[in-house]
Write a protein that binds this ligand. Structure first.
Ligand code: FAD
Ligand code: MLT
Ligand code: ZN
Length: 473
């Protein structure tokens, strides 16, 4: 059977067994799911398979394995690395988990959540029970728990609660042959060999299709305060974080951005307003929270800590939210950077990490080195300073030809990744490898680690039907 006939046969069999809702083939329905969020990769697919439960997902993967049809698992399609975009040659079908959007159970400290649950809906469901799922990020209105788990996503609350790996207590997944792994029991101790759950976290759809996860919940916060701080350089920003961390464990977020990024947010995002009078070279957003009504509120805590920072010159200016509305307004500025950057023209994007204490110097020196080596470019980093993870963007020179990031911009990316590697860092801190960084991973990953990844992929998906062309496949 030709591969085209195999895809048609899979679509027909799925439609026959699970009904019209389980398959989309209308080009208008498919279109939004065949291009990535940044609009850089454009795939083709004859159809999207959409299981309603784990049984249907297992049957679909089993049929695909029999027919040799590759599948691209997909959640909210917010990947920053083209991870959920099918190949251009139309050889794969998309397997969308969005219909699997039930919260199966919530108890004290954990919830069992299907892969298609949108992150914002998980936040609401946990809050309704007086609890909290602490991980959050700018795409929370559309990204799914399956996608977050498959990319081991980070976001803006990692400082205190870690990435998805720290928050996933177990996973249910369909493996490449259609069998189901069920790790949802919530066992605190289980040493029956390698952890399949942990192999699946961060596997980017290449080892299995996540159908549900048990996530950790923490107590709801009773109050929070958000401060916006202006300062002269990233070194002072890290000094401020270290000073804060030495006296309290209530700092949940510590995000940095340069003046130019703030300006672009104000320019492109309606309702965005700069919080401080006057320009500062760098800005920091700090959030403090409380889960109990103690004597010092988060607002008083930040006030006290920032008075010290202003007095000793670490900070140049600062303002603290006086209402929940103002806190949200500060967060809107931070969470809109990606959107403002997307609207500002072509850039080569890098999601990188180096040891936290090295980052302030790295982000300044790397920007200077890139701008010197590639005249006309503008380089800057923003993001999760407290995690040693920034998004390092290099804007294309004025007049650069369309497709610059995939063309001349590739040399810039190699240059940046070499600097990161020399500094002992990672070329993918939180977004994953997808199709964007596949070649760079193969070029820079230490051989022993690369061979191990290849061996794991081959062992769990010998026919290579899960997310071909991504990460390692
Ligand atoms: P998709 O984009 O659909 O898929 C992502 C990857 O996971 C693909 O490889 C896909 O094949 C795989 N996948 C999806 N679902 C499954 C499943 N059920 N089983 C197996 N594999 C699956 N990321 C961060 O880490 N931190 C941030 O701060 C952050 N901010 C963002 C802000 C914006 C505005 C946007 C657009 C994205 C941001 N991201 C961030 C990137 C992105 O990784 C996350 O939004 C999220 O992890 C992706 O979820 P998704 O459901 O959209 O997954
Ligand atoms: C962020 O922190 O805003 C994101 O990870 C997305 C980005 O790279 O812009
Ligand atoms: Zn980020």
């Amino acid at each position: 059977m030709s591969s085209e006939d195999a895809r048609s046969s899979l679509i027909e069999q799925v439609r026959e067994r699970f009904g019209a809702r389980a398959v989309l083939t209308d080009p208008a329905d498919l279109a939004p799911w065949l291009t990535d969020w940044r609009g850089r990769w454009h795939g083709r697919a004859d159809g999207i398979l959409a299981p309603a439960d784990t049984g249907e997902a297992a049957a679909m993967v089993g049929l695909a394995a029999e027919l040799g049809v590759p599948l691209v698992p997909q959640g909210g399609n917010t990947s920053m690395v083209g991870g959920a975009t099918p190949p251009e040659d139309g050889s794969a079908l998309v397997l969308s988990l969005r219909r699997m959007s039930r919260i199966r159970s919530i108890e004290a400290g954990s919830a069992v959540v299907e892969a298609g649950v949108i992150l914002a809906d998980l936040h609401t469901a946990a809050a309704d029970q007086g609890q909290r799922f602490p991980l959050t990020l700018g795409a929370r209105g559309s990204c799914t728990v399956g996608g977050l788990t498959a990319t081991n996503a980070g976001g803006t609350q990692v400082l205190r609660f870690g990435t998805m790996r720290a928050l996933v207590l177990g996973a249910e997944a369909v493996l490449a042959d259609g069998s189901v792994h069920n790790g949802l029991s919530g066992l605190k101790k289980d040493n029956r060999g390698y952890s399949l759950d942990h192999l699946l976290i961060g596997s980017e759809g290449t080892l299995g299709v996540l159908t549900a996860v048990r996530v950790k919940l923490v107590p709801a916060i009773t109050s929070r305060a958000v401060a916006w701080v202006g300062l002269s350089d990233p070194q002072r920003a890290l000094a401020l974080l270290r000073a804060m961390e030495s006296v309290t464990d209530r700092i949940e977020s510590f995000e940095i951005l340069p003046e130019a990024a703030l300006r672009r947010v104000v320019e492109h995002i309606p309702a965005a307003r700069a919080p401080l009078q006057g320009a500062h070279s760098w800005h920091v957003l700090v959030e403090a929270t409380s889960t109990a009504s103690g004597s010092e509120t988060p607002e008083q805590l930040l006030q006290r800590l920032l008075e010290d920072a202003l007095a000793d010159g670490t900070a140049a200016d600062a303002t603290i939210s006086s209402s929940e509305g103002q806190a949200e307004a500060f967060w809107l500025l931070r969470d809109s950077i990606s959107e403002a950057e997307r609207a500002s023209g072509m850039a080569a994007q890098h999601d990188i990490s180096v040891p936290v204490d090295v980052m302030p110097r790295f982000m300044v020196e790397a920007a200077q080195q890139v701008e010197r080596a590639f005249p006309g470019t503008e380089a800057f980093g923003y993001g999760h300073l407290g995690d040693g993870n920034i998004h390092f963007h290099v804007r294309a020179p004025t007049g650069a030809a369309a497709g610059w990031p995939e063309g001349n911009g590739k040399a810039v990316s190699r240059f940046v990744h070499d600097l990161v590697t020399e500094a002992g860092g990672s070329i993918s801190a939180e977004h994953g490898i997808g199709q964007m960084k596949r070649e760079e991973l193969a070029r820079l990953l230490p051989p022993a680690r690369l061979r191990s990844l290849q061996a794991i992929k081959h062992a769990l998906d010998p026919a290579g039907i899960l997310n071909p062309g991504k990460l390692i496949g």
